[in-house]
Write a protein of this length. Structure first.
Length: 259
């Protein structure tokens, strides 16, 4: 394990504006084709992309669809975008208009599922983690540390090399919280955070996320963070770190067969 040290940034990362960050996140979460369509989820196994992904900033509604979308869907998205006028209240964008959902859902679909929530970016002024409790330490976890993390985070360890950088908080020798790259692209990484139930509320998620972001920046990429509207604990981590909310995102899935 590599105990936490001060990271010296070897590469200067330019800070994008909110609309640039929205487009950057789309390219990080998904495999985006040359025609700006969603080909696959940018994850292990390349799962199917949502029918549409929408990112709303204070100044614009950005959207992406799968290739060859129904005309009714593109028309509904375009009409929705032209109806709203900046500055946009991100808190208001928790659901898609009914006409968009209807147009995106084929008659053979099992049922649409919507995932929505706030998206944040780190800044040079984002707050570092505070003091850690008791015997807790934070360390970067190299690929050969899978055995150490397996007991606490079994779903993460088989794909550890595809989640770098990985940072964990240890209570003594026991892993208690972890932050990793849930999505990785040439320009950016999206954070994934997990904390064992008995360690929640102690600031460990904040600590591992702060260090993860430093490591991502040190590698020349931009760290990104997003969550759901219902995950108030994750939103609290963003507040403690001083992250800047740049968008509200909405992903609509409408599978035609069970996976």
């Amino acid at each position: 394990m590599n105990a936490r040290t001060t990271v010296t940034y070897g590469t200067q990362v330019r800070e994008p504006d909110h609309d640039e960050t929205a487009r950057l996140q789309a390219r990080t979460l998904f495999v985006v084709g040359p025609d700006e369509t969603l080909e696959r989820v940018n994850d292990v196994g390349r799962p199917a992309a949502p029918r549409c992904f929408v990112s709303v900033t204070s100044g614009a509604v950005h959207y992406w669809t799968t290739p060859d979308p129904p005309a009714a869907l593109t028309n509904a998205l375009h009409a929705w975008r032209t109806r709203v006028h900046p500055p946009l209240d991100l808190d208001a964008f928790t659901a898609l208009p009914d006409e968009v959902v209807t147009a995106a859902t084929p008659s053979s679909a099992i049922g649409p599922s919507l995932f929505s929530g706030p998206a944040y970016r780190f800044t040079p002024e984002s707050a570092p983690a505070g003091e850690l409790p008791g015997n807790v330490r934070v360390a970067q976890c190299p690929p050969n540390s899978a055995a150490v993390l397996r007991s606490a985070f079994p779903e993460l360890t088989p794909i550890l090399t595809q989640r770098e950088p990985v940072v964990a908080a240890f209570d003594g020798e026991r892993p208690a919280a972890v932050c990793f790259s849930s999505r990785t692209a040439p320009e950016a990484c999206e954070a994934g955070v997990e904390t064992l139930p008995e360690y929640r509320g102690r600031g460990l998620a904040t600590a591992v996320t702060a260090y993860w972001a430093e490591l991502v920046r040190a590698g020349g990429r931009i760290p990104l963070y997003s969550t759901s509207w219902s995950n108030t604990s994750s939103q609290a981590v963003a507040r403690r770190l001083g992250l800047v909310r740049y968008a509200a995102t909405l992903s609509l899935y409408a599978p035609t067969e069970r996976v």
